[in-house]
Design a protein around this ligand. Structure first.
Ligand code: MOS
Length: 725
């Protein structure tokens, strides 16, 4: 009743009241810019900083840092904190084009930029391998390269034999490109010292990793590091770990005795932060004449860097989308000369679903069956991998309701059979998606004051997804107080330990901890869980100015040491392991494409997406999240590819002009439906996860619609005008 129906920070965001990391200013602020390598691989043999140092206002040109002053943060997926293990400025090696070779600090941004452009280096150049097919690339089998149980191959039955014996067989290879997250807020912030305490203001998804990583790099006590990140202007996986500028900035700020602002230029974010690696998927699907899927083989090659092993976790969802008895999933890594790739919204699930759901569509056409009916007929009753039940699974409901909302019954099945009045080719496509539902360990602190206001400090980061709104809703509903009386601190290591907000576990994690803290608060206020509470009166009755509680919630199957590591910002590798069930969110997407007869431009006038994400914690931000994800899917299907020139390395289209993402004019109607059934097993708030599942399958639905419009199957993304000429 008191719960906000709007985004609680909407007004502050649109009026510019919200302060992002780099918005902070101070009278003695200095500015820093990286100078970067112009070669793709090799060694710096000489570096000339004289011209840079001569620029008026330049305070420092840092070309080399001693390892005793600044260590590697370690790779976030290898027990460390950094987006990669490589910390620039520690030696003369160049691992990829765009790697920083000097940090220039000056009184003004203009002086720092001018000076950075004047840093000259001579290199010894080595041959580079930048793509999956490059001659010097190195192939590793993931299972042997990264011996972690959850990365193992998935094998059920004998998929190769069952495929060979299947009456209907589809075998195809699907290619997905490198892509970059390009969040609106650039990477960066302000780094300074308050006495012996290092204070970092920066937009991040993982303030804990910044703290833990800087402690490791600088040999500092984490208690002397504060990370303050109340708002992140889009993370999408790019801001899930420590970036390479923060350590050098901390050193420079200490030497200069001044806080330093650093904002990574857009071009540099293409080279100094993670990206979605290229992946290639060989899919084999066998079915009988009735359309029952008998066997699936899903083999993936995925790019990684020379210096880190970024895992490939594609078959986790494709093995569970349908009830297929015989399945074999295998994943390999290809080492290339790039910065370490990383997570980008639905990092594995978006490419995996494009490949697998295209192949399922190919089976439907091969059999002359309706693609929705074929999917419904192959729905899984239990988790095919473990034989355990799903905590909840409403994929069939998503497909049925989506088909209704879309008007799927009006589709004529024959490819090329639907036309607009002007000759526009019209195609309708469908695809399913899934994403693991997870929760992380978390701490929530609540303080109920005698004036009736409740302050919440909790693990979580607000990156636009609406976590603050979901927390305010929970607290205001539970305590029957106005939304304005709930004050939320997230992304702040001063108020609660901060763990990675990613993997679509952020809302479930924060809400579960806040829910537990609310139970404690009610106990302290002597109010039963089911009774209404008058916070002001109840706090006054205690005779105290405020009542403070703290609750810790942990994910099942996570041992204490993992919880401690997680609180320090490390990614928890053990668990969650749910007792007796498997938990995934599910989605069905329906897309209409129209291909204009003369320009051959592919338009997506409407998409219908129906999601099973458990309970919808905050309807208004949830709808926005799905719409945003569909826009991402349209970008993935029709626009986005980071272009590589094998002669030079790096990424050629490293600006927003040349890395096209969908704009408003590209987006038509996006209709969103929710099953909105609380998950009964996963957590007390019934929330599964929404951020990533929302885009899983969008690209496949669009590619399937393009096939329906044209009769041509596109197995490589993005699909552009030249592909449909
Ligand atoms: Mo997300 S790619 O797990 O930040």
């Amino acid at each position: 009743m008191n719960a906000p129906t709007r985004r609680v920070d909407a007004h502050d965001k649109v009026t510019g009241t919200v302060r992002y990391g780099a918005d902070l200013t101070s009278p003695n602020l200095a500015h820093a810019v990286f100078a970067v390598s112009t070669v793709g691989k090799g060694r710096v043999v000489n570096i000339d900083t004289a011209a840079a140092e001569a620029v008026p206002g330049v305070l420092m040109v840092l070309t080399r840092v001693d390892a005793s002053e600044l260590g590697s943060p370690g790779f976030v997926m290898g027990g460390g904190y950094g987006f990669q293990s490589l910390q620039p400025l520690l030696d003369d090696r160049i691992a990829y084009r765009g790697q920083p070779i000097a940090l220039v600090v000056a009184d003004t941004l203009i002086a720092a930029t001018e000076a950075a452009n004047l840093v000259r280096a001579d290199y010894e150049v080595e041959p580079i391998a930048v793509g999956l097919d490059a001659e010097a690339a190195e192939t590793l089998v993931q299972q042997e390269a990264i011996p972690l149980p959850f990365l193992a191959d998935i094998v059920m039955g004998d998929a190769d034999a069952a495929f060979a014996e299947s009456p209907v067989r589809i075998e195809a290879t699907y290619d997905l490109p490198q892509q970059h997250q390009v969040p609106m807020e650039l990477i960066g912030g302000v780094v300074g010292w308050r006495g012996e305490t290092l204070v970092v203001h920066e937009g991040t998804q993982n303030a804990g990793a910044l703290r833990g990583g800087l402690a490791r790099q600088l040999g500092l006590d984490p208690a002397r590091i504060e990370i303050i990140s109340p708002y992140t202007g889009g993370g999408f996986g790019q801001k899930n770990s420590l970036q390479p500028h923060v350590g050098p900035l901390a050193l420079a700020a200490r030497r200069l005795g001044r806080p330093i602002k650093f904002v990574m230029p857009r071009t540099q974010t293409f080279h100094q932060a993670s990206f979605r690696p290229a992946s290639r998927h060989r899919v084999r699907l066998g079915a009988d004449e009735t359309g029952r899927l008998l066997a699936a083989v899903h083999e993936v090659d995925q790019q990684t860097s020379r210096h880190d092993l970024f895992p490939a976790i594609y078959t986790e969802i494709t093995s569970r989308l349908y009830g297929i008895e015989h399945f074999r999933g295998r994943q390999r890594l290809i080492r290339t000369d790039v910065q370490t790739p990383g997570f980008m919204r639905a990092p594995f699930e978006h490419p995996a679903a494009f490949a697998f759901e295209s192949a399922v569509d190919e089976v439907a056409y091969a059999l002359g069956q309706d693609p929705v009916a074929l999917r419904l007929a192959n729905d899984a009753d239990v988790d095919p991998v473990t034989g355990q039940p799903f905590s909840s699974r409403h994929l069939a409901e998503c497909l049925r309701r989506g088909a209704d909302m879309f008007g799927w019954a009006g589709r004529t099945p024959e490819p090329g059979s639907m036309r607009g009045a002007d000759g526009t080719q019209v195609g309708w496509g469908v695809a399913s998606g899934a994403y693991p539902a997870s929760v992380a360990p978390a701490v929530a602190r609540l303080s109920a004051a005698a004036d009736g206001k409740v302050t919440v400090g909790v693990d979580g980061h607000e990156m636009g997804q609406g976590i603050r709104t979901a927390i305010v809703r929970l607290v205001s509903e539970d305590l029957s107080i106005a939304a304005e009386d709930v004050i939320v601190y997230v992304g702040d290591t001063r108020v609660a330990p901060q763990h990675l907000t990613a993997g679509s576990w952020g809302t479930a994690t924060a809400l579960q901890a806040v829910h537990a803290a609310l139970r404690d608060l009610r106990k302290r206020l002597d109010v039963a869980d089911s009774d209404p509470v008058d916070v002001e009166a109840a706090v006054a009755a205690t005779g105290q100015a405020a009542v403070d509680v703290e609750a810790t919630t942990v994910a099942p199957g996570q041992p204490p040491e993992i919880i401690e590591q997680s609180r320090a910002g490390l990614v928890a590798f053990a668990g969650p392991v749910y007792p007796g069930f498997t938990a995934f969110s599910f989605i069905a997407h329906f897309a209409e494409v129209r291909i204009e007869p003369t320009t051959r431009r592919i338009r997506v006038p409407r998409v219908v997406s129906v999601v099973d994400c458990g309970r919808v914690a905050s309807p208004v931000t949830a709808v926005s999240q799905v719409r945003g994800a569909v826009v991402w899917g349209i970008g993935g299907a029709l626009r986005e590819r980071s272009e590589v020139d094998p002669r030079y390395g790096g990424f050629a289209n490293a600006t927003m002009e040349e890395y096209p993402i969908p704009v408003n004019a590209d987006i038509g109607e996006v209709e969103v439906g929710f099953v909105d059934e609380p998950d009964p097993l996963l957590n007390p708030v019934g929330v599964k996860g929404l951020g990533e599942v929302s885009m899983v399958g969008v690209a496949a639905a669009i590619a399937n619609a393009v096939f329906h419009a044209t009769g041509r199957r596109h197995r490589r993304l993005p699909i552009r005008i030249e592909d449909v000429l």
